[in-house]
Ligand binder design. Structure first.
Ligand code: PEP
Ligand code: MG
Length: 311
């Protein structure tokens, strides 16, 4: 089975009834971009740019970032990269950024909130992204959007930067990882080209269980029907607005998660590099009709254990 997985990992993943799901990679650096393509990734669904900012004593300069994004695009050889703008805060602390000491960092100045409060840093990253954008297909994604005014501010700044740099427009998207964004998805969907569901954070915020908690984290299952219903609501809002939805959290690579998420209508699964071949192989073995039926049963389940018991 492993041999067949390897042999077929470069082909697109079509379900047994012919529906295509894109399988792309979560990466953080240039070697991982190379590895993602070698593993059969059809692109990068999540570049976690915070890793360019760690283990150093000052932020990477605009020129340094241009070089890194350009090297990644070269490694991808024409396949698209979704670049997520800096997502610090929560558990991702960067000493030189002098981030505020907070009682609840996961509920604090995280992700887009930090970037909007530190506009110079945000602008320099966006400048670098737009400068690199002529070198290959890239998309920009904002993390931790909770409210429409944050998205409006981020889009306005990005557009100003794009015009300054003289770059062509690129597709813009947001992470859906906060329950308020799910509730506001119809409004948010009108402003962007795609959604990517961050199931790790969506689960922690929906269930009010810290994803790093020593005892609770195990219960914070992204296949809990409460989370699945939020995902379903997001897909319906996106469909109504005519935009596509992917997922980039851990359950996108969970075997049951692959079936349920594709059954819920996600068009793209962004997973860690070692999972790419297995996710593609699994998608091919199953039909979308069966996955839809499974997703319906999961939505109707009472708790995560009941979902996990489905087959
Ligand atoms: C998520 O929250 O699911 C996600 C993919 O982002 P991160 O794990 O980087 O917070
Ligand atoms: Mg997240």
């Amino acid at each position: 089975q492993r041999e067949a997985e390897k042999r077929d990992c470069y082909k697109p993943a079509l379900t047994a009834d012919g529906k295509r799901i894109e399988v792309v990679a979560n990466i953080s650096d240039v070697p991982e971009a190379v590895a993602a393509v070698e593993a059969g990734g059809e692109g990068v669904g999540l570049l976690r740019t915070e890793f360019l900012f760690v283990n150093r004593d000052r932020p990477p300069s605009e020129d340094e970032q241009v070089e890194i994004y350009t090297a990644m695009l070269a490694a991808m050889n024409g396949l698209p990269i979704i670049i997520r703008t800096l997502d610090v805060g929560g558990d991702k602390e960067i000493p030189y950024l002098r981030m505020p000491v907070e009682q609840n960092p996961f509920l604090g100045e995280r992700g887009i909130r930090f970037c909007l409060a530190h506009e110079d840093l945000f602008r320099s990253q966006l400048r670098a992204i737009y400068r690199a954008s002529a070198q290959g297909p890239l998309r920009i994604m904002f993390p931790m959007i909770a409210m429409t005014h944050e998205l409006d501010a981020a889009l306005r700044i990005a557009e100003e930067v794009r015009v300054e740099v003289g770059a062509a427009p690129v597709e813009m998207g947001i992470m859906i990882e906060i329950p308020s964004a799910v509730v506001m998805a119809p409004e948010l969907a009108r402003k962007v080209d795609f959604f990517s569901i961050g199931t790790n954070d969506l689960t922690q915020y929906a269930l009010a269980m810290d994803r790093m908690h020593p005892t609770l984290a195990r219960q914070a299952d992204g296949l809990h029907p409460a989370v699945l219903r939020l995902i379903d609501q997001t897909v319906k809002a996106a469909d109504a607005a005519g935009i596509w939805v992917g997922a980039c959290g851990g359950i996108a690579a969970d075997p049951l998660g692959v079936s349920i998420l594709s059954g819920l209508g996600l068009k793209e699964l962004s997973v860690s590099i070692p999972s790419i071949a297995a996710v593609k192989a699994q998608l091919r073995r199953q039909s979308m009709a069966d996955n839809r039926a499974l997703a319906e049963r999961a939505l109707a389940a009472a708790d995560a254990a009941a979902v996990r018991a489905l087959r």
